[in-house]
Design a protein around this ligand. Structure first.
Ligand code: ADP
Length: 530
């Protein structure tokens, strides 16, 4: 055998067999049986029958079926060699065997007939390695394409964001910008990358603050919605609300800054306009209320003079005993009209104070049951004093289960509330219909209910009753200003209470006022501790 062949045979993973021109096995190496396609060959130390001398090689190596002409050409020297790589034997799937096969002619001088030598090399290790490498490479390429598509996805999100997004290195140099940033500042991406962020953000203090906090907070927002003045490429100044957070870079301990900004210039402009309009409105309101209060005071004096003059005239006529019925009626009409005008002026003044937040609230200890009783009495007296023909003459029934309810409320405001509600109940009820005024006390709250069986309020008017000057359409024939309920509402609110109305047109109305007895503590016997 040639020295080269001997050398090739040296490693144990290579076996061989020699064949004659009819592909009959002439000779074999000791372990060639394990490469044959034979059940017995792999485990047995003996050669399986398929690869023993005198057997057709194709019985043990069916891969050679069909390539006989090539083998003949090798044997005849027309072809240098023949090789078949990666033949797989899978008798046990958990331990596959891979073989490379080489066939070459052996023209030994000692033998006249040339022989075909077929070498088998066990390439399992290499093949398994190759396969796992291929598998890893496939996995890596899958991972890469997943990464690429997720980067692509994130890029799409970033670029479709309506907010401007900027990523800078810790040095403040811009690393990434999205489409919205380019549109907002009017620069192209390549004009921004690598440039200091200060070329966009004029507020140096904001930039210092964001990088100073970097060491303390990471990934959470360092700064949120900070309004920063920036400039566009054109030099135009804009206001941007920026949030800033830190993200870890691939280098450990090194962070980048992510800025997300929204142009709020329009909002700022609108806010400034609204502020200006509000200031103007406030000025006008102040002007209006100072005019109203001045005019009311100016009206009061002549009205008082008229009232006094009417009273003096009445007295004088009585003294001279010349006060006939007509004169008395005229004088009474003067007094009633002046009283109405004074009440109206009082209401206008109160509403003006309430609208400008100047309505005073002075809570003091008060016995609610007694207060209500006195008020009802006063109103009945006032009704009686009215000239004949003008009195409504309703009886107000006050109902309260408790004798004494101590509370801490503003008596003057309570008077405004219940005089208005009770006089409305009387005014909007046909003569003779009763008015019920009930006081109950529960869970630290006093509830006052004023119920009448009057004209009621149409549903469409009920929502707007508490607006100044609003009057329901069924009430317009009766005198009124539409100011009473607006005052009532303000006074209830000053007490931290609430007011509700339920009414049915033609059937009657109930107003319910609920006021905390005291915002402090209350003892069992009703005493309030402040
Ligand atoms: P006014 O001076 O007109 O009575 P208010 O502010 O006191 O003004 O009341 C506003 C409107 O609410 C009244 O014009 C009337 O339409 C309606 N209203 C108030 N109380 C009653 C009631 N008890 N019954 C029917 N309508 C009422």
């Amino acid at each position: 055998m040639k020295p080269l062949l001997k050398k090739l045979l040296a490693p144990p993973r290579i076996e061989y067999l020699t064949l004659n021109q009819d592909l009959i096995i002439l000779d074999t190496s000791f372990g060639v049986g394990r490469f044959a396609d034979s059940e017995a060959g792999r485990d047995s130390v003996l050669l399986p029958s398929e690869v023993r001398a005198g057997t057709d090689v194709r019985a043990g190596f069916p891969e050679l079926i069909g390539v006989e002409d090539i083998l003949k050409a090798v044997l005849q020297g027309r072809r240098a060699n023949f090789e078949l790589k990666g033949i797989a034997r899978f008798s046990d799937p958990s331990s596959p065997l891979y073989i490379d096969l080489y066939a070459t002619a052996d023209r030994d001088e000692e033998t006249p007939e040339p022989k075909l030598v077929v070498f088998f090399e066990d390439v399992t290790e290499m093949m398994v390695l190759k396969q796992s490498l291929v598998q890893r490479a496939n996995e890596a390429s899958l991972l890469l394409s997943a990464l690429a598509s997720s980067k692509d996805y994130i890029d799409k999100i970033i670029h479709s964001m309506a907010d401007a997004l900027l990523v800078t290195a810790i040095s403040g140099h811009i690393k990434t910008v999205n489409q919205a940033t380019q549109e907002l500042f009017g620069y192209r991406e390549e004009e921004l990358i690598g440039q200091p962020v200060s070329m966009l953000v004029a507020d140096q203090q904001f930039l210092r603050r964001s990088s100073q906090r970097l060491g303390f907070l990471s990934e959470a927002a360092l700064l949120k919605d900070v309004e920063v003045v920036c400039h566009r490429k054109t030099g135009e100044k804009i206001t941007v609300a920026f949030s800033c957070s830190a993200i870890q870079t691939e280098i450990k301990g090194l962070q980048d800054l992510v800025y997300i900004g929204r142009d709020i210039s329009d909002r700022k402009r609108a806010e400034a306009e609204i502020r200006k309009a509000l200031e103007k409105e406030k000025e006008l309101n102040e002007l209006k209320s100072s005019f109203v209060s001045m005019a009311s005071h100016e009206f009061r004096n002549p009205l008082t003079t008229i009232l006094t003059a009417a009273a003096l005239l009445k007295e004088e006529y009585s003294r001279r005993q010349t006060l006939d019925k007509d004169t008395q009626l005229y004088l009474q009409m003067i007094q009633t009209s002046v009283k109405q005008m004074t009440d109206l002026l009082e209401d206008v003044l109160v509403i003006g104070e309430a609208e400008t937040g100047k309505l005073q609230f002075h809570p003091e200890p008060i016995d609610l049951a007694q207060f209500c009783r006195d008020l009802v009495l006063e109103m009945e007296m006032a009704q009686k004093r009215r000239p004949t023909g003008t009195a409504s003459g309703q009886a107000i029934t006050f109902v309260c289960q408790q004798e004494c309810i101590k509370a801490c409320m503003d008596e003057k405001l309570l008077r405004q509330i219940f005089t208005n509600l009770l006089s409305n109940a009387v005014k909007y009820s046909p003569q003779g219909n009763p008015v019920r005024f009930e006081l109950t006390c529960e869970n630290g709250e006093a509830t006052f209910e004023i119920q009448d069986r009057g004209i009621g309020i149409p549903p469409e008017d009920q929502k707007r009753l508490f607006e100044t000057f609003y009057r329901a359409k069924n009430a317009r024939k009766l005198p009124g200003t539409g100011l009473g309920l607006a005052i009532v509402k303000k006074a209830v609110e000053l007490h931290g209470g609430r007011i509700a109305v339920s009414s049915e047109a033609g059937a009657g109305t109930t107003f319910r006022v609920t006021i905390p007895i005291e915002r402090g503590r209350q003892t069992n016997d009703g005493d309030v501790i402040s």
